[in-house]
Design a protein around this ligand. Structure first.
Ligand code: NAD
Length: 481
């Protein structure tokens, strides 16, 4: 099968082979809603086959040692780099992120993920110390076969972000990609094969979340489950993993504040605020609640509206486009539902608030001034091009508003005061707080959410520890030769 001129298999990848299913599901492009592929629809049987393959491959992969595994990951990284344009073309058709962002930033990050984890795993030094007449050592043991589930808003990058530490740590992987954008993970499977990663070490089961996804989490032979998706699905995954006492991480939804103080650089803040409509707001880390100091509201809004006016809704393959369509007609209806309910609730729609005139799956960049902080549109993740505008009088009020939802994934603050940056940065409850910047990531830093935004941390050694069983090895001193 060919998508954007690239050969892509619509089947599972299990034990190094392509495996079909009797059932299939339609994968449509958000750009024109045309069917791109009839993808294999896995269930218990395919999950069982894949977990079996991953378990069978585990002992040899773990025994290879860190240095050889790192060589495999570096080869894989080189292959991702060599195939950026192909992967970007497929991903763009499949989930409609701007193709130039995919090429320049998002797909190359997949290669960086593999390289970063090759290096981190190799540079691990066991902690060694003496106490009570014994030598103590912390030993990392690869956990086993693991399940990985990813969402549609950056399927290739997020799958590599989870798979890289798992493989580097010596685990084998069964990946369930998102059903709304399943194709780039099939390309990833091809690249693992080309990189010489042994059969069974990396497996892909395609399918629907409630079927293949739920079957994967429920499989009692997995040693870890790593999930990224919505907070609602995260609860189901947590419940199911708990039944098997399987450790899991959950990277979930967000409702991040973007706080602008009167001492901030308004041009920079307004530009960044308008940028939150990128990818039609389908970014978990987006600063969707604009919290602006009262005395600066007018000046900020003027600049913000100017920046939003410059947005161009269109085909994500076109250079001029800055806002691409939403992922799916169901998701468009969900976004519409949020804004319609806000309107009915008495929240003020400051701009946008309807499906875009160009038709298709585009929704207008929308700004809502809520009637109250309790409004649904303030408290729930919309995951669309919908921002909230609220003002505050004092720094304490700003922090209180920033911390007033159950989410806590990321936050952004604009201020020119170093003391305020430090104070507010420390007071906001979020896994990441950016001050005068946004989306800057160091792969060795912890990443994750507070509250309903997640459990556990990815990034750096945190992910390698998650995919390892940590053992304390204690040997009586002077008792061995
Ligand atoms: P989703 O929860 O609907 O689906 C995510 C994945 O889970 C998909 O692969 C889906 O097939 C699978 N799934 C669905 N039901 C399942 C079940 N019962 N058991 C097991 N798996 C199941 O999320 P989505 O709509 O694909 O993605 C958008 C959400 O992801 C947003 O809430 C966004 O904030 C969040 N997200 C979070 C991060 C992060 O790092 N925190 C990153 C990207 C996206």
């Amino acid at each position: 099968m060919s998508v954007a001129g690239v050969a892509v298999s619509p089947d599972h990848f299990i034990g190094g082979r392509r495996v079909a299913s009797d059932a299939r599901f339609e994968d449509r492009s958000p750009i024109d809603e045309q069917v791109l592929a009839e993808v294999a629809r896995g269930g218990v049987r395919e999950v069982e086959l894949a977990v079996e393959a991953a378990c069978a491959a585990f002992a040899d992969w773990a025994a290879l040692g860190v240095a050889v595994r790192a060589e495999h990951l570096r080869r894989l990284a080189d292959l991702v780099d060599a195939n950026v344009d192909r992967i970007a073309a497929v991903e763009c058709l499949d989930m409609a992120m701007l193709e130039r962002s995919l090429r320049a930033r998002v797909i190359p990050r997949g290669a960086r993920n593999f390289r970063a984890y090759a290096e981190l795993a190799e540079s691990y030094r066991e902690r060694v110390w003496s106490s009570n007449g014994t030598s103590n050592r912390v030993v990392r043991m690869p956990a086993g076969a693991v399940g990985v589930i990813t969402p549609w808003n950056a399927p290739f990058m997020l799958s590599t972000w989870k798979t890289a530490p798992a493989l580097a740590a010596g685990c084998t992987v069964v990946l369930k990609p998102p059903e709304w954008a399943p194709l780039s993970c099939s390309l990833l499977a091809d690249l693992t094969e080309e990189a010489g990663i042994p059969p069974g070490v990396f497996n892909v089961v395609q399918g629907i979340g409630e079927e293949a996804g739920a079957d994967l989490v429920a499989n009692g032979r997995l040693r870890r489950v790593s999930f990224t998706g919505s907070s609602q699905t995260g609860q189901l995954v947590a419940t199911s993993a708990a039944r098997n006492l399987v450790p899991f991480t959950a990277e979930l939804g967000g409702k991040g504040p973007l706080v602008v103080f009167a001492d901030a650089d308004f041009d920079a803040a307004a530009q960044k605020a308008a940028l939150q409509y990128d990818d039609s707001g389908q970014n978990c880390m987006a600063g969707t609640r604009l919290l602006v100091e009262e005395s600066a509201a007018g000046e900020f809004l003027e600049r913000f509206h100017r920046a939003v006016d410059a947005h161009v809704l269109g085909d994500p393959r076109d250079e001029a486009t800055t806002i691409s369509p939403l992922i799916h007609r169901d998701h468009l209806a969900r976004v519409e539902g949020f804004v319609d309910r806000a309107r009915a609730n008495g929240d003020r729609i400051v701009r946008g608030g309807r499906v875009a005139e160009i038709g298709g799956l585009w929704y207008e960049p929308t700004l809502v001034e809520p009637r109250s902080n309790d409004s649904e549109i303030v408290q729930q993740e919309v995951f669309g091009p919908v921002l909230i505008f609220q003002t505050f009088g004092t720094e304490d009020e700003a922090v209180a508003l920033a911390n007033s939802t159950r989410y806590g994934l990321a936050a952004t603050v604009y201020t020119s005061s170093a003391e305020r940056a430090e104070r507010v940065g420390r007071s906001i409850r979020a896994g990441t707080v950016w001050v005068n910047c946004f989306l800057v990531r160091d792969l060795t830093a912890p990443f994750g959410g507070i509250g309903i935004s997640g459990i556990g941390r990815e990034g750096g050694d945190y992910a390698l520890d998650f995919y390892s069983d940590l053992k304390t090895l204690q040997i009586q001193e002077d008792s061995t030769r």
